[in-house]
Write a protein that binds this ligand. Sequence first.
Ligand code: SF4
Length: 297
Amino acid sequence: MNCRICPRNCGAEREKNTGVCSVTEKFRVARAAPHFWEEPFISGTKGSGTVFFSGCNLGCVFCQNFDVSHRAFGKEISDVQLMKVFDALIEKGVHNLNLVTPTHYAPMLAKVLKEYDSPVPVVWNSSGYEKAETLKMLEGLVDIYLPDIKYFDSAPALKYSNAENYFEFASSAVLEMYRQVGNLETDENGIAKKGLAIRHMVLPGNISQAVKVFTWVSENLPPETYISVMRQYTPYGKAVDMPPINRRLSAREYSIVKEKILALGFENCFFQSKDSAEENFIPNFNLEGVDLLQNFW
Ligand code: SF4
């Protein structure tokens, strides 16, 4: 069947070929391990059970996980093996199952999640470049949506992600997510149980995007919406040769963004410290959590 899961609409026959997202219909996973560098309401004290899926339907030039997203580094696994990966993470005591870059596997994941009765919340950690109609198949299966809204204007979306229509899709995707799960709810320890939180990584030389994105959020969602304004940008991949994104964000740029976003009246804003641009926030993609799967058989 020709795949039209995401806004790329590339029509790949994924039974045998890869799409623009670089993968077939079979799950590929690059890493599955507790992760401690998400927002505090996701990582908590015991870590978030991240499962990094290979391939990506957006493919940003600055991607920090380039080998995984653009080159589909990872191990092919079955539905049953993916459930074993979930089990192993839960046994480690993680707060949630965090599906990272899952968009191009949406129907396959809906099928697995219908069978897998997770005792912890399921997080959909995506680029935001997805179709609302595709997200509808996840209703009742995903507890927490953690999408990016990366761009407001089409020019940077085209330049950095070859996705001129990014905001058109991301904005309707976020509204669909909110319709399904509502505002973020946390437990007595401040750990997320259900709801929506929106991320934006501020790009150097592009701070107007952050302001426009969160202005739109403030006009379309309630002030208690959780937002995360990330400053961890570090140039990777093709971005190393693409000014102005060939450098880190300056303290002044982040401070301007912070001031303007605070003025929008959000009640739950998360800002990152300067240290966040250090490389140790980026996990080592070494098949941890998936390379020993043969032991299950
Ligand atoms: S999910 Fe992949 S194969 Fe399907 S339309 Fe998007 S890019 Fe193409």
